[in-house]
Write a protein that binds this ligand. Structure first.
Ligand code: PLP
Length: 415
């Protein structure tokens, strides 16, 4: 029996490779097996009962626990430096189960306006239905967040960087205010990943992820996870056992396989995104670039303080020429999927009007500070020179004066 390596003292890249992956028995497979079984059998009824009551370790039914899924949870627990972790069928299952497990009618939640689209809808549509009051603060207004938190709340829900304009919340400052009010502080760390930012170390009680994005990294499996102290994770796990939003063992396997390269991928995406953001900021066809690593970003200093591993692979930018320009520009890119996803090894682009904020009306998007000519860019691990060359050729028609703007998709060189 090889002693279990709890990941303490190991660097993040080593944790991503080895976390939860120890080989316990001689001759056993070195890789986590896909245990594709709904239930687990027992010859002895006393053993069965002991496992069912949690007095003995083992698995009963895969909606509750499964060996492949358990390896995934252990890897995330180690990556986030948490006491416990539990997993879900998707990121939205992680968000919704976490919140519903923590609140009851009459409770108050403080959060920000720029949360992920699905999360925002949960706050606006489903929580008020069960008499949970949700207060949506301006994302970068730390004073307002503090003021609302001090009025009392059960949960303070944060997400940083945000989608699609990459706003940054000071986690340490918000968490401190949350704790003074006795709130449970939850942070969605999907955009940053544990490589770039570790909210638990900054005072957040819980950290959650859509594993479908950077964690899995290959856009081939959905999943979610929440990590934190045992007593909170247990409460959320208990809720998830009953809602049934369990992670599938095959998805867990794909996510585990992806996560071994997490640090390598994210380091490359950080570096690529940094170079591309600088290139775009200087480009005449670009009105504005949103990237927390740029000194021009309004919360660059907070990002520097809390994103200790890097500024991430996500950015967005505004094209001169409005939505028409975006419609003409996006099909010109050769090295990008045009899709409603992010965090993969391939570069992925899309306008918020058709991806993250498709349910929001154009006037509401404007009110939320989302320009119609915004492009969300999820940087892949391709060679950065190729990505920049691709952007350069795709932006070509918009670099020229007025005539190229309106239709644009086949630039006329002669006129
Ligand atoms: C995608 C995403 C989610 C939801 O995750 P799914 O796996 O798609 O359900 C939640 N939060 C953020 C920040 C996301 O990007």
């Amino acid at each position: 029996m090889v002693p279990k390596n709890k990941g303490t003292g190991l660097k993040i890249g080593t944790r991503a490779v080895w976390g939860g992956e120890e080989q316990p028995i001689s001759g056993a497979p070195t890789q986590a097996s896909i245990v594709q079984s709904v239930s687990f059998g027992y010859g002895d009824l006393d053993d069965w009962q002991a496992v069912a009551l949690g007095q003995q370790s083992g698995h009963i039914y895969s909606r509750n626990t499964n060996p492949t899924v358990a390896v995934f949870e252990e890897k995330l627990r180690i990556l986030e430096g948490a006491e416990a972790a539990t997993s879900f069928a998707s990121g939205m299952a992680a968000v919704s189960n976490t919140i519903f497990a923590l609140v009851q009618p009459g409770d108050r939640i403080i959060t920000v306006k720029d949360t992920y689209g699905g999360t925002n809808q949960l706050f606006r549509e489903f929580l008020p239905r069960i008499q949970v009051e949700v207060c949506l603060c301006n994302t970068t207004d730390a004073e307002e967040i503090g003021r609302e938190v001090r009025k009392g709340c059960r949960v303070l829900y944060l997400e940083t960087p945000t989608n699609p304009t990459l706003k940054i919340i000071d986690i340490e400052r918000a968490a401190q205010a949350g704790h003074e009010a006795g709130a449970v502080v939850v942070t969605d760390n999907t955009f940053a990943t544990p490589v770039n930012q570790r909210p638990l170390e900054l005072g957040s009680d819980l950290v959650l992820h859509s594993a479908s994005k950077f964690l899995g990294g290959h856009a081939d499996a959905l999943g979610g996870v929440v990590c934190g102290p045992q007593h909170l994770v247990k409460q959320i796990y208990h809720y998830r056992e009953i809602t049934g939003a369990a992670l599938d063992p095959f998805a867990a396997y794909l996510l585990l396989r992806g996560m071994k390269t997490l640090e390598v991928r994210v380091a490359r995406q950080n570096a690529n995104a940094g170079e591309i953001a600088q290139f775009l900021e200087r480009h005449p066809a670009i009105e504005r670039v949103y990237y927390p690593g740029l000194p021009s970003h309004p919360q660059h200093e907070i990002a520097q303080k809390q994103m200790t591993g890097g500024f991430g692979g996500m950015m967005s930018f505004v094209l001169r020429g409005g939505y028409d320009a975006v419609r003409a520009f996006l099909p010109r890119l050769r090295l990008a999927h045009r899709a409603a996803n992010l965090g993969s090894v391939e570069t992925i682009v899309g306008p918020p009007a058709t991806t993250s904020h498709v349910e929001v009306s154009a006037p509401d998007r404007a009110a939320m500070g989302i320009p119609e000519a915004l492009v969300r860019y999820s940087t892949g691990i391709e060679n950065v020179q190729d990505l920049i060359a691709d952007l350069k050729q795709a932006l070509e028609p918009f670099t020229k004066p007025a005539h190229a703007h309106s239709t644009g998709d086949s630039p006329c060189e002669s006129c």
